[in-house]
Design a protein around this ligand. Structure first.
Ligand code: 6PG
Length: 467
């Protein structure tokens, strides 16, 4: 049975999503914390010719009362305390079988907690990741749903109806219970951070290492977007770099302070990776780079103490392209490794091929690689590692020498490339059969009698330093 749909929170994302819902022919009840916004939104919908199935209400209680059960109420509000407060306000008005949908960027641990609390009272709860910014919300976002199958079936029509389409197939799916959807979105954002950082580092090498202007680099990205790097983020970077500031007439990027903001989702991916005993080091490097970027004064001091990066790099454009591609592959692969670890830990049974497919349109990390990633997950994946699949092992083998040349030149010239270097460090580790952790184990045994496994399989062995 399809639920009656309501939406609370008519900010940028909430209004855009509401117009999308109405445009696709679904009925919608809306309300907002500040009541006057409701009237403004109804007017906007009327002007757009989309108000026929729209019902504006003054507040949450009135909106719920006007909706026939079973209801599904989407919350499009800032994550954190506002969500808890709204749930508390909403609960007394709900009937058994009603669903609350948190469509913000929530921490999946919190979504798990909220799901348990709301469902203990006889209602259902959905944590839904929505990607694609305002434009995505208005014309088709990618959506990653977590919650009970029953709750999903009540909203599936509308979610698939408003989602972005890739060759006709909706970029939305249900990935498992409770926090699964929000975690898939969190990993999406971790990959988003990594990809943005890899792109920025590649720009930096051309700009600061080779003296190319932003618009020249923008043209390079524009060309790359027609090839293996085809993706939303490369596309918008090409546009961003070719834009001029309206005040100075110079490159738009040159008037922007080089300190990156972050609301937390990329960081959650890194935290969860480490918590699960893994490391998504390209994503971690991107989180680190954002943190370091905000230490502008310290960097200014450092630039006066140490030598400046050299501006005499001579890198092949094809090498830079290949290096960026390999970095991107590793960041996706690390994202999927964390999904896998979390899916095992929380019993989610996430379908990774579907995740890749849902990310093919509407979301920020959409790229032409995702079709190949989905195919790789449906095929033979040695050790469960995306980088070992036939397609990606080949792409990595071909691109690895270029990544090595790019990172080598960057390192020699003093240019910071933490994400590209992390990708190389990861790949070099994963192609080394016998690593150097024998020495770590020997050290642990030496100072703490921790014991080690001998190469013949005997466990709890100790070194001659204890004889
Ligand atoms: C998306 C984005 C979106 C938002 C992030 C940005 O998929 O549409 O990820 O959710 O832009 O909040 O995150 P930061 O503010 O942490 O960069």
């Amino acid at each position: 049975e399809s639920a009656t749909l309501g939406l609370f929170g008519l900010g940028t994302m909430g209004s855009a999503l509401s117009l999308n819902i109405l445009e696709k022919g679904f009925s919608l009840h809306v309300t907002n914390l500040e009541t006057e916004v409701v009237g403004e939104f109804v007017k906007e919908a009327e002007d757009a010719g989309l108000a026929e199935n729209l019902h504006g209400a003054d507040d949450l209680a009135k909106m719920v009362a006007a909706m026939a059960p079973p209801r599904a109420i989407i919350l499009m509000i800032p994550s954190g305390a506002p969500v808890d407060e709204t749930i508390e306000k909403l609960l007394p008005h709900l009937a058994k079988g009603d669903t609350i949908i948190d469509a913000g960027n929530a921490d999946f641990h919190v979504t798990r907690r909220r799901t348990a609390e709301v469902e203990a009272q006889g209602f259902t709860y959905i944590g839904m990741g929505v990607s694609g910014g305002e434009d995505g919300a208005r014309h088709g976002p990618a959506m990653m749903v977590g919650g009970s199958p029953a709750a999903w079936s009540g909203i599936r029509d509308v979610i698939e109806g408003i989602a972005a389409k890739f060759e006709g197939s909706p970029c939305a799916d249900h990935f498992g219970p409770d926090g699964a959807g929000h975690f898939v979105k969190t990993v999406h954002n971790g990959i988003e951070y990594a990809d943005m950082q890899l792109i920025a580092e590649t720009y930096g090498l051309m700009r600061n290492g080779q003296g190319q202007s932003p618009s020249e680099v923008g043209e390079v990205f524009e060309r790359w977007n027609k090839g293996v790097l085809e993706s939303y983020l490369v596309e918008i970077t090409a546009k961003v770099l070719q834009a001029s500031d309206t005040e100075t007439g110079g490159p738009a990027v040159d008037v922007i302070v080089d300190a990156a903001g972050q609301k937390g989702t990329g960081r959650w991916t890194a935290i969860e990776a480490v918590r699960l005993g893994q490391s998504a080091n390209v994503i971690e490097a991107a989180v680190a780079a954002r943190a370091w970027s905000s230490e502008g004064e310290a960097r200014a001091a450092g630039s006066a103490i140490f030598d400046a990066p050299r501006g005499d790099l001579e890198l092949d454009e094809a090498d830079l392209e290949a290096a960026l591609l390999v970095g991107r592959i590793v960041s996706y692969a690390q994202g999927f490794r964390i999904l896998d670890a979390a899916s095992a830990e929380y019993d989610w049974s996430i379908d990774y091929a579907r995740v890749a497919e849902v990310w093919r349109a509407g979301c920020i990390i959409r790229s032409s690689l995702l079709g190949d990633i989905a195919a790789a997950f449906r095929g033979d994946l040695p050790e469960g590692q995306l980088i070992f699949s036939e397609t990606f092992a080949k792409l990595i083998s071909e691109g690895l020498p270029a990544l090595r040349r790019v990172v080598g030149a960057a390192v020699a010239g003093g240019h910071a490339v933490p994400a590209l270097a992390s990708a190389l460090g990861f790949l070099d580790t994963m192609r080394t059969k016998r690593g150097t952790a024998d020495v770590i184990q020997a050290q642990r045994d030496f100072f703490g009698h921790h014991g080690f496994v001998r190469i013949d399989g005997r466990r709890d062995q100790h070194g001659p330093w204890w004889d």
